[in-house]
Design a protein around this ligand. Structure first.
Ligand code: PLP
Length: 397
């Protein structure tokens, strides 16, 4: 008998983490590896947020907070959702967790029974897939195309819908594609949900503040399907607070209550200090973080230019987050010496070894014909990395 449960043996390690571990090992050997594989802003948490945390320590925020989060923080989140997204939630419908990752795990474990199917338009964020499997559910991958900016349509959803469909999960702005769903794009999902009142949607909006295109639109703003939507958000990306571990949901009351029950048995509330810092962040005007968005936008322009000079890549135009997700199909089957690049994982390994640049293969996101390039790095590193990638790809026959 295995010491480790089957549930964990069946779980895949997060591909982004595996890639960054490999590049760390190479760095430890003295190699100058540039990692464009990570999903976190390369900025520090703003001073006013750090200050709030220091004050919380001094005042003595050292006891267990209420499981769903401090009431004033939940109120501030409800206020933010009204102010920025036009959404009506009471504080009781908000559950604060240890990062949006835990928020997602809570919702998935609270809604998915073994045998249930969950629609995942690809490319999807890696952890959705494994969390669904952990809940005993079946991820049903819906392919989308770069030509359509990786957007899923109502017809696509209908095609994969069965009487076992329980959930649909997507992110906008999207990790890994950077696509931003407009109101019209979201209407496709809303129409599908209207036709299937038992299906719940998880709308992951964690990249809300990194949107170069337009006003962010929340799926829950379609009032007819408000009761079918769980909005997930958090402070990791928009406020450069990945280490503080603050995520939250806004959900129909029954789902929020179930998540509180679940979290109460697993982690209790997230850190009291991080919650006080989050309160300061959410009370600020979101334009406080525009400097970060502007830096990402400048890098997007440059990286887009450099990527389009590389032969064999079909390059998307991301409108948010900090990733490009080019299609590399034209490079598959190419050779260097006796090595053949059969898939995007082979390509990423080749680029790690030859160009010393760490990227993430698209199969981690359900789109094996693509690779993910994060531009959450300095322009100097990005320029060096992109010129190395170009040189390595030009060597392929
Ligand atoms: N959702 C998406 C789409 C993400 O990219 C991430 C982090 O990479 C998360 C959720 C989880 O964020 P956190 O747990 O840091 O709040």
């Amino acid at each position: 008998m295995n010491k480790i449960s089957q549930r964990i043996l069946d779980l895949s390690e997060s591909a982004t983490i595996a890639m960054s571990r490999r590049s760390r090992e190479m760095r430890e050997q003295g190699l100058d590896v540039i990692s464009l594989s990570l999903g976190e802003p390369d900025f520090e948490t703003p001073d006013f947020v750090r200050q709030a945390a220091k004050e919380a320590i001094d005042i003595g925020y050292s006891h267990y907070p209420p499981i769903p989060g401090y009431q004033d923080l939940r109120q501030a989140i409800a206020h933010k959702l009204k102010r920025d997204n036009g959404l009506d939630y009471t504080a009781n419908q908000i559950v604060v967790s240890t990062g949006a990752k835990q928020s997602l795990a809570n919702v998935i474990l609270c809604t998915v029974d073994p045998g249930d199917e969950v629609l995942l338009p690809a490319p999807y964020w890696v952890s959705y897939y494994e969390q669904i499997r952990l809940a005993g559910g079946t991820p049903v991958i819906i392919p989308t195309a770069i030509e359509n900016d990786f957007k899923v349509t109502r017809d696509d959803l209908e095609k994969y819908h069965t009487d076992k469909t329980k959930l649909v999960i997507f992110s906008s702005p999207c990790n890994p594609s950077g696509s931003v769903f407009s109101k019209e794009d979201l209407a496709e999902i809303a129409d599908y949900l209207k036709a299937h009142p038992n299906v719940i949607a998880i709308s992951d909006e964690i990249y809300e503040l990194i949107n170069f295109k337009s006003q962010h639109v929340s799926l829950a703003s379609f009032s007819e399907i408000y009761d079918q939507v769980v909005t997930v958000n958090g402070l990791s990306k928009g406020f450069a607070m990945t280490g503080w571990r603050i995520g939250y949901i806004a959900a129909p009351q029954e789902i929020a209550d179930a998540c509180v029950k679940m979290q109460g048995q697993f982690t209790s509330a997230t850190s009291s200090i991080a919650q006080r810092a989050a309160l300061a962040a959410l009370q600020a005007d979101p334009s406080e973080m525009d400097y970060m968005k502007e830096a990402f936008e400048e890098r997007r322009a440059k990286v887009g230019e450099w990527l389009r000079e590389i032969p064999g890549l079909k390059v998307n135009q991301p409108e948010g987050a900090f990733y490009f997700f080019p299609d590399v199909s034209a490079l598959l089957g190419s050779k260097i010496g006796d090595r053949t690049i059969n898939d995007s994982a082979d390509l990423c390994m080749y680029l790690l070894e030859e160009a010393l640049v760490a990227l993430v293969p698209g199969d981690a996101f359900g789109s094996p014909e693509c690779i993910r390039i994060s531009y959450a790095s300095s322009l100097k590193d990005l320029e060096t990395a992109l010129s190395r990638i170009k040189a390595a790809i030009e060597k392929l026959d």
